[in-house]
Write a protein that binds this ligand. Structure first.
Ligand code: A2P
Length: 316
């Protein structure tokens, strides 16, 4: 499996199985199949509410020696209601218990927004912590402490735009190894990618296929369908590949690891086989022209009238 070296010397496999939106009754089979056919990277999060089933698949695959723990990369994410440094280890312990692991390869701050303890998804401003407290810095202290205890190998962030990333870089002892962000041809985020590159922060691309299976309440009307883009279909035909494979090959060519979600065995294999698609620089340049700054996950769940945060706080 191709991989990318992080700023701490560890290597993250280029393609991982995404598990956001994977139903509880499907994710176990998906993870087992993925590991059997060669995946070595599984992307998880507490808030996906399926870590217990993912953990069952991991444990069985380890017991059956389909994989070794050393060859496996597991990422999870700290939810926004456990940012006070004294709460971080308990949140991590819950995830480790569910995943049935004794350490994580990578633990990310899921979003740069803080909720009151115990709040899953805030319904009003009162359920958020005061943004002025910058609690993600407290979360980071907690993550650093868990690295020292051997419970996490690498730490990073997700959904951090340039200004929140700078705030963290100015106030951390351990630099983030990864920023996991939405990235695909419609949202290429060149500025953020350059900032990450300048600070040796690896980028993982989420929603690389356009996340068509998102719940309706986080979809906008008339949004474009990435997999139906004529240019992507044209290149796929030229390379005798599928549109999804072209999108994933492009992501890896850009130097990002990528975490397509699937619960379908043949699509799980198809996505891994994108590593064999011979996408050259000329074709990549054609895909680069598709950028239109379009977010499928625009953060409106955490920003706007019901929240003390704004969309610009997230992405600027
Ligand atoms: P499924 O799980 O049934 O395979 P993203 O990774 O951008 O969030 O996209 C996930 C969506 O893309 C899911 O609906 C998933 O469906 C679908 N998907 C995953 N792999 C492929 C593929 N190779 N071709 C078409 N759709 C895919």
């Amino acid at each position: 499996m191709m991989d990318f070296e992080l700023n701490n010397g560890l290597k993250i496999p280029a393609i991982g199985l995404g598990t956001w939106k994977s139903a509880v009754n499907e994710v176990y089979e998906a993870v087992k199949h993925a590991l059997k056919v060669g995946y070595r990277h599984i992307d998880c999060a507490f808030i996906y509410e399926n870590e217990d089933e993912v953990g069952r698949a991991l444990k069985e695959s380890l017991t059956e020696k389909v994989i070794s723990r050393e060859s496996l990369w597991v990422t999870s994410k700290l939810w926004c209601n456990s940012f006070r440094s004294e709460n971080v280890e308990a949140a991590l312990d819950k995830t480790l218990k569910d995943l049935k692991l004794d350490y994580l390869d990578l633990y990310l701050i899921h979003w740069p927004v803080a909720f009151k303890t115990g709040v899953g998804f805030p319904q009003n401003k009162e359920e958020y912590e005061n943004p002025g407290e910058k609690l993600f810095l407290s979360a980071w202290e907690g993550l650093e402490a868990c690295v020292k205890k051997g419970k996490i190998k690498s730490i990073g962030v997700s959904n951090f735009g340039p200004s929140n990333l700078k705030e963290l870089l100015d106030n951390c002892s351990v630099k983030p190894a990864v920023n996991q962000i939405e990235r695909h041809p419609f949202l290429q985020q060149d500025e953020l990618l350059n900032i990450c590159k300048n600070h040796s922060i690896h980028v993982t691309a989420y929603s690389p296929l356009g996340s068509l299976d998102r719940p309706d309440f986080i979809k906008s009307e008339d949004e474009p369908i990435l997999l139906d883009t004529p240019k992507i279909i044209e290149i796929a035909k030229e390379l005798d590949a599928s549109p999804a494979q072209v999108l994933l090959a492009w992501a890896v060519k850009c130097g990002t690891s990528v975490i397509p979600k699937s619960v379908n065995p043949s699509r799980i294999e198809e996505n891994l086989n994108s590593l064999k698609v011979p996408l050259d620089d000329a074709l990549c340049s054609q895909i680069n022209e598709l950028d239109k700054g379009f977010r499928f996950v625009n953060g409106s769940l955490f920003a706007g009238d019901h929240s003390p945060y704004s969309v610009s706080y997230l992405w600027e």
